[in-house]
Design a protein around this ligand. Structure first.
Ligand SMILES: Nc1ncnc2c1ncn2[C@@H]1O[C@H](COP(=O)(O)OP(=O)(O)O)[C@@H](O)[C@H]1O
Ligand SMILES: [Mg+2]
Length: 274
């Protein structure tokens, strides 16, 4: 497995669920160690993209290669944080135990992706990811007592503990206040560099991520565009995706405001199905 093998390669890929084509003709490339934002309105198929990368959903057309393999074969080398997890205020499990759950696969006979005696190696790696997400001061507290931002950091640590080569984070900024969104964006960029892991981070607003992303994949109207933020978040590119006129305004504090997005996503129903 060469270090230059792409983390992800999609060619003319389409996904159909029931009679709805969620997206089609999507091509995308992610290199190792790249920080990519997966953006687009609710219902655009962002979570669906992550499920396809995990090999949980088949493509209806096109091809997908993950870390040089078919998605299912690469799954052990992917860290995944699913969308919106909340812990009850009375959840008593400690943060560090949540992180150890990320090692569960090891119980089923997968080799641990780090050397040394098992118990020592686990303890060292758990301590390492706690430090990586700056959770030292609260990792031994009950998860239910922690703030949303603290919980999110521990869940990111859980997704990282097996040293994934590709990290999929579904809306990790959701439900965080603005300062915490910025903190998590900084953190994920730091992880991306420190662990040389490619990251796909799903978000519906690009602003907290501006300045950190290497690229964006923007899904809308059943299609995708990929490139730098300044190439993709533009009136012409987004108008073409949405199929309606979109304007992108830059505020005096450099935030991007997308104007004219339809409320509901355009869906392409396949007339030939059913
Ligand atoms: N099993 C399914 N059958 C049909 N449609 C589905 C199914 N699962 C999800 N969808 C639809 O696929 C679209 C994309 O969903 P999703 O990937 O969750 O979007 P996003 O994460 O961008 O908000 C939505 O319109 C959703 O209703
Ligand atoms: Mg989603």
């Amino acid at each position: 497995m060469s270090a230059t093998t792409p983390a992800l390669s999609l060619r003319d890929a389409s996904i159909t669920l029931g009679s709805a084509t969620i997206w089609q003709s999507v091509s995308a490339d992610v290199r190792r160690g790249e920080f990519v934002g997966v953006l687009g309105p609710n219902g655009a198929g962002k979570s669906t993209l992550l499920r396809a990368i995990l090999g949980l959903l088949p493509l209806s057309q096109g091809s997908i290669t993950v870390l040089g393999e078919r998605p299912r074969n690469a799954r052990q080398r992917i860290g995944y944080l699913p969308q919106r997890r909340v812990f009850n205020a009375d959840a008593r499990v400690r943060g560090s135990d949540i992180i150890r759950l990320g090692l569960d696969g090891a119980r089923w006979g997968f080799p641990l992706p780090f050397a040394g005696s098992r118990r020592g190696a686990v303890a060292r790696r758990v301590a390492e990811v706690i430090e990586l997400v700056d959770a030292d001061s609260y990792a031994e507290r009950s998860i239910g007592e922690l703030s949303g931002g603290e919980q999110q950091r521990l869940l990111i640590a859980q997704a990282l503990v097996r040293r994934p080569e590709l990290l999929l984070l579904d809306e990790p900024l959701d439900a965080l206040d603005l300062p915490n969104q910025a903190n998590v964006a900084v953190l994920v960029q730091r992880i991306c560099r420190a662990e040389n892991v490619a990251v796909l981070l799903v978000a519906h607003d690009v602003n907290p991520l501006l300045g950190y992303l290497d690229q964006v994949i923007y899904l809308a109207g059943g299609r995708a565009a990929q490139g730098s933020v300044s190439d993709v978040i533009t009136g012409p590119t987004l108008s073409a995706l949405y199929g309606v006129p979109i304007e992108v305004l830059r505020t005096s504090d450099e935030r991007l405001v997308v104007v004219g997005q339809p409320e509901a996503p355009a869906h392409h129903h396949d007339r030939h199905a059913g």
